[in-house]
Design a protein around this ligand. Structure first.
Ligand code: IVH
Length: 687
């Protein structure tokens, strides 16, 4: 690999890792398994090792993934961590654990011990106790700043609000993991399915999603638990990690009793082997073993890299596999028209459930595996709900097994399938006529960020199957009689649905534009287009150049919008939605306040006198554009209280000006609030 290829590969890996970090830490719904994620990271590490000059401070190999809810509404207050909250170096390879133990022995040079512990599979939390009372609970966030979830933590059963016993330091931090035991997870998912909410993919996502709920009472109902594994503070009176955790336990803090002190690599390996099997009998998920140097002075002398302690390592267990027989393959058409091969298997037990179906991803994957009907195949559970087939046991292949044929036509509507260049998946192009795609559009239309109608997939499916709804506009023609035909629906459910549908009539125009589902027009693009043109008529009348004048719109999106409105059926649908009373233009207060920030791309960091979401809206209302990452194209970094040090450093190295809130108000032409916080000039009172 030459340097140019290395650069390209690094760029690509960073992009994929960033996308998956977001899915994992912020959205709590990963698309790939932990193992696949770790392999991507290893590939990046290997290339960076070959070309150390290409390592940048923002590389995911140099910093922890962020769970900050910055982009979400109702975000939490954020506070800086007193000590950075780091991750752990991890490996699936026992020889790397041996290498870690060797390095520690060489670095320390005298007798010491290892503390071996379970690696709890949840979400990290940092608790601060002051004078024996829970003072604050923060998530890991980006390692430097975390979300304040104190109130929520107070509703987790085994986190004490007040310590018992005596001898605890006046102030200390204790870190650990919040997780959801299997029982609570199963109960929650059953409830969510009943309520037509998407189930969580695994207990870890359920735990981090639950810890960030807005309603602390609801957090209390989720059955979360916490185990604490790391104490920090100034001048703590402990010689070893084990002693510190024993003291914590005596103060009533939840500490694991599955820890073991080991003095040799053989003992470590025995511990690992024991728990590799025994963990299957635990009532909660573990994904590995953590091995820590036990003596605190030695921990201090080994120190930290920018991302990991050098005194600890995590050995991760590989996902469990099962071997079973492939009976047949179904070809499922998804909401986007993508066709996914799904294997029907002889039922086989795997990590607590019986697996009967598994994904084969796409036709390329089927060819790569060289899979045949009747083969014995390996199944694994990753981050996804549906398990996947990872291999074929060729030694057990029998004569006469048939090569499966990927269909040439849509198995639902019969339209010939197409595959775009560079795409691995085949698609059914009949987007307005193919039943799963029609239902997909309806589900999108009513979803929370679109029209926010309270109903789920099952309702849409029933409405479709009864022939009551084909397009979003049909929803607004429904009456109570129609709804009472739905299975299990009574007066109350029908009324609730109609009320919610009625409320959706006042959703802002940008939501309507997003809801109609023009390909590539996502939530933020819809907002930009709606703000730019102001009305649906102006958008429908726009030619390509006019569309390209919108900051977020390039060739692909412009062509997609033109294509959408050139279809008469779509224009009719818009007219029916207009007649149903939906907003087809921006409300006056949503219209831009000024264009004082037109053409400016702004990155914000830190806290302001208004919330971060409000600050972002303010930027947009004055014609500016928000961006989450700094580049040479950034106009300025708007730094509030406690901005991210990395952001400041990067701005400096790129020569991007850094301004504060006061300076920003001046540039945007916003009247300043006086020192008592009373607003003058009216514009800020919008919030
Ligand atoms: S010690 C300085 N001990 O695993 C690092 N971490 O993949 C201190 N984790 O970020 C962490 N169980 O959230 C430690 N017994 C344990 C753990 C544990 C789970 C989590 C933790 C960490 C992540 C790294």
């Amino acid at each position: 690999m030459n340097i140019r290829q290395a650069k390209e590969k690094i760029q690509e890996l960073k992009r994929i890792i960033a996308e998956n970090n977001h899915r994992y830490y912020v959205e709590n719904s990963p698309l790939i398994s932990d193992y696949d994620y770790d392999m991507l990271m290893n590939e990046l590490i290997a290339i960076e090792r070959m070309y150390p000059d290409l390592i940048t401070p923002d590389s995911p190999t140099q910093r922890v993934g962020s769970d900050l809810s910055a982009a979400k509404k109702n975000e939490f207050r954020q506070y800086a961590h007193r000590y950075p909250m780091l991750s752990l170096g991890n490996t699936y390879d026992i020889t790397e654990v041996e290498a870690f133990a060797d390095r520690a022995e060489k670095g320390i040079g005298e007798k010491f011990t290892f503390s071996c512990e379970l690696k709890f599979d949840g979400t990290a939390i940092c608790l601060t106790y002051r004078d024996g009372k829970l003072f604050r609970a923060l998530t890991r966030g980006d390692g430097t700043v975390g979300d304040d979830v104190t109130e929520n933590a107070g509703h987790i059963g085994n986190i004490p609000g007040t310590l018992k016993g005596s001898g605890y330091p006046e102030e200390f931090e204790i870190r650990g993991e919040v997780y959801m035991p299997y029982k609570a997870f199963d109960r929650l998912n059953a409830e969510r399915l009943r309520d037509e909410d998407a189930p969580f993919a695994n207990p870890r996502n359920a735990a981090s999603g639950s810890l960030k709920l807005i309603d602390p009472e609801e957090v209390g109902h989720r059955g979360l638990e916490c185990t604490l594994y790391h104490i920090l503070g100034d001048n703590l009176p402990f010689a070893t990690h084990n002693e510190a955790l024993e003291a914590a336990a005596s103060w009533g803090l939840p500490v694991s009793d599955k820890r073991k002190l080991c003095s040799s690599i053989d003992e470590i390996e025995d511990y690992i082997n024991f728990w590799d099997t025994e963990r299957k009998n635990l009532p909660f998920a573990t994904d590995g073993i953590v091995i820590k140097v036990n003596e605190l002075p030695f921990q201090r002398s080994l120190g930290y890299t920018s991302k990991f302690p050098r005194w600890a390592v995590a050995y991760k267990f590989k996902a469990e596999q099962a071997l079973t027989r492939l009976r047949s393959i179904d070809y499922q058409v998804g909401r986007t028209g993508a066709v996914t091969p799904v294997a029907n298997l002889d039922p086989v037990p795997l990590s607590g459930t019986t697996v009967k179906r598994a994904s084969l991803h796409n036709s390329e994957q089927m060819q790569l595996l060289d899979i045949r009907i009747g083969d014995y195949v390996y199944v694994e559970k990753g981050g996804e709900i549906i398990p996947k087939i990872t291999g074929v046991e060729l030694s057990r292949r029998e004569e006469g097994t048939a090569v499966p044929q990927f269909p040439a036509e849509c198995p639902v509507c019969g339209t010939p399938l197409v595959r775009d260049e560079g795409e691995a998946k085949f698609f059914c192009p009949n987007s307005d006529g193919c039943p799963p795609q029609i239902m997909g559009k309806l589900v999108h239309f009513i979803s929370r960020k679109a029209m926010n109608v309270i109903a789920g997939d099952a309702t849409v499916e029933q409405l479709y199957n009864l022939g009551l709804v084909r397009t979003p506009a049909d929803l607004y023609d429904l009456d109570k009689q129609d709804l009472l035909r739905l299975e299990g629906w009574k007066d109350r459910s029908a009324d609730r649905f109609l009320e919610s549908l009625n409320a959706s009539r006042s959703a802002g125009f940008e939501h309507v534009l997003f809801a109609i589902g023009i390909r590539y027009v996502g939530e933020s693009t819809a907002k930009s287009i709606a703000r730019h043109f102001g009305t649906i008529d102006a958008i429908m009348a726009a030619d390509k150049d006019a569309l390209l004048a919108v900051g977020d719109v390039g060739e692909v999106i412009a062509d997609s919008i033109l294509g959408y409105f050139s279809d008469e059926a779509h224009r009719n649908e818009i007219e029916r939605l207009r007649a149903a009373g939906l907003n087809m233009s921006m409300e006056v207060q949503d219209a831009p306040l000024s264009d004082s920030l037109a053409g400016k791309t702004i990155v914000i960091s830190g806290n302001f006198s208004i919330s971060r979401d409000e600050m972002k809206s303010l930027i947009e209302l004055h014609g500016g554009k928000n961006s989450s990452s700094l580049s040479s194209r950034t106009s300025f970094l708007l730094a509030g209280n406690k901005p991210g040090p990395e952001k400041l450093k990067k701005a400096e190295s790129l020569g991007v000006p850094v301004i504060d809130e006061e300076e920003f108000n001046r540039i945007a032409g916003i009247a300043q609030a006086d020192s008592a916080g009373n607003e003058e000039g009216g514009q800020l009172s919008l919030f």
